[in-house]
Design a binder for this molecule. Structure first.
Ligand code: PMP
Length: 394
């Protein structure tokens, strides 16, 4: 029966990683996969995580099962971090997930249980896995206007028109901060317009929050999610702890859902528990437990906050340096947006052929749509990168 399986398309980013590894040029530059690297080019285990792991090793007395929604203390700690007091906690239900991807999957599975024929609206462009997950679970899908590539700016009129026209019960995916792949987020005033456009439609928003704290700081980065929660009756928030806690492979994440009443929250919690039961019973606990310990302990939390600020400041300094180097190399301001965009990614606005030439002629690796992981860049590589971009795309 297995012969009936169809070959699957190779993941573009993983393929690029293999090509990069095989490239023997000493000065190659990897702007592909979305991981943070420090000034030594390493994706480190954060100090607060190491300390929490040490404490956990000493204090943990059992590895017995948690609950189907994971450790409730982790879910509550993430609720406090992400949502604060934006909604009455009685209206909220949550469950630990397998990373941010698992949280998105869980949120969409919940939506599908409630409304199997609901259309899922995805920003154009978006993280490619959004489209892939929606296709895999068989929900109808549409894109809405988000970014104007010619202007290198949000298409606000297009977005507001598209979002105002979504049907009741539909699901709208929004990136809470640090939009992947464009690095362009709405301003607080634009978010207010988005909330206004959605309110009254009866649509459910799914906020993908994979980069909390890596844009302008935790409070600023959580503001849009809180605004959506405060302004709309039903919101699903899919949170990843992969980047901001550096826990990539430990797969820590959480889905938080605000319903219209405490009774609805209880119903949501029971459905999340069942969905977990059907796929893996109990979500992984190790990474989630570390996050909970860090958030609950003043010293660990202060250490983590400091390390997160260092990561954010480094990314934003790299952004400014790259924008400046490109201004000098290209003799124009056409790349100035790299300095003001936020998060790990920006898009070069290069053609597929230019992306290929950067790779083949200059050993510079970026995803085919010109997405660059600025958080993976070494400061010393910026002048060479800027010269190559100016030469190929100038
Ligand atoms: N959403 C977005 C927009 C992302 O970029 C990522 C990570 N690349 C995720 C969700 C999921 O992250 P993870 O499953 O690794 O926690």
């Amino acid at each position: 029966m297995l012969e009936a399986l169809k070959p699957q398309p190779e993941d573009q980013i993983l393929m690029l990683m293999d090509q990069f590894r095989a490239d023997t040029r000493a000065d190659k530059i990897d702007l592909g996969v979305g991981v943070y690297r420090n000034s030594q080019g390493v994706t480190p285990v954060m100090g607060a995580v190491k300390s929490a792991e040490r404490q956990l090793w000493e204090s943990q007395t059992t590895k017995g099962y948690t609950s189907l929604i994971g450790d409730p203390a982790f879910v509550d700690a993430m609720r406090d971090l992400v949502i604060g007091d934006a909604v009455d906690p009685a209206r909220l239900a949550g469950a630990a997930s397998v990373g941010g991807t698992g949280a998105i999957r869980l949120g969409l599975d919940l939506a599908r249980l409630a409304a199997p024929q609901a259309t899922v609206h995805i920003p154009d462009p978006s993280w490619p896995n959004h489209r892939a997950i929606v296709a895999a679970i068989g929900m109808p899908m549409k894109t809405f206007r988000y970014f104007d590539a010619d202007e290198n700016a949000l298409d606000m009129p297009g977005m507001i028109a598209d979002l105002g026209a979504v049907a009741a019960g539909d699901v709208v995916i929004l990136h809470g901060c640090c939009h992947n792949p464009t690095g362009s987020d709405p301003t607080p005033a634009q978010w207010a317009d988005i909330v206004a456009a959605l309110s009254g439609t009866g649509a459910v928003v799914l906020v993908d929050l994979a980069y909390l704290g890596l844009g302008d700081g935790i409070e600023a980065d959580a503001a849009a999610t809180r605004m959506l929660l405060a302004g709309l009756p039903e919101v699903i928030v899919a949170v990843s702890c992969s980047k901001n806690f550096g826990l990539y492979r430990d797969r820590a994440g959480v889905v938080l859902v605000s319903g219209q009443s405490a009774a609805q929250a209880a119903l949501v919690r029971a459905n999340l528990a069942t969905l977990n039961r059907l796929s893996y019973s109990f979500p992984a606990d190790h990474g989630a437990r570390l996050v909970e310990m860090i958030l609950a302990d003043a010293a660990l939390r202060a250490e983590w906050t400091e390390e997160l600020s260092e990561m954010r400041n480094r990314i934003n300094a790299l952004r400014r340096d790259l924008a400046e180097a490109l201004r000098d190399a290209a003799g124009s301001d056409r790349f100035a947006h790299f300095g003001s965009q936020r998060g790990m990614f920006s898009r070069l606005g290069a053609t597929p052929d230019e992306v290929r030439r950067l790779r083949e002629d200059h050993a510079i690796y970026m995803v085919g749509d010109g997405r660059m992981n600025i958080a993976g860049l070494a400061k010393e590589d910026i002048p060479r990168l800027a010269r190559a971009i100016a030469e190929v795309c100038g």
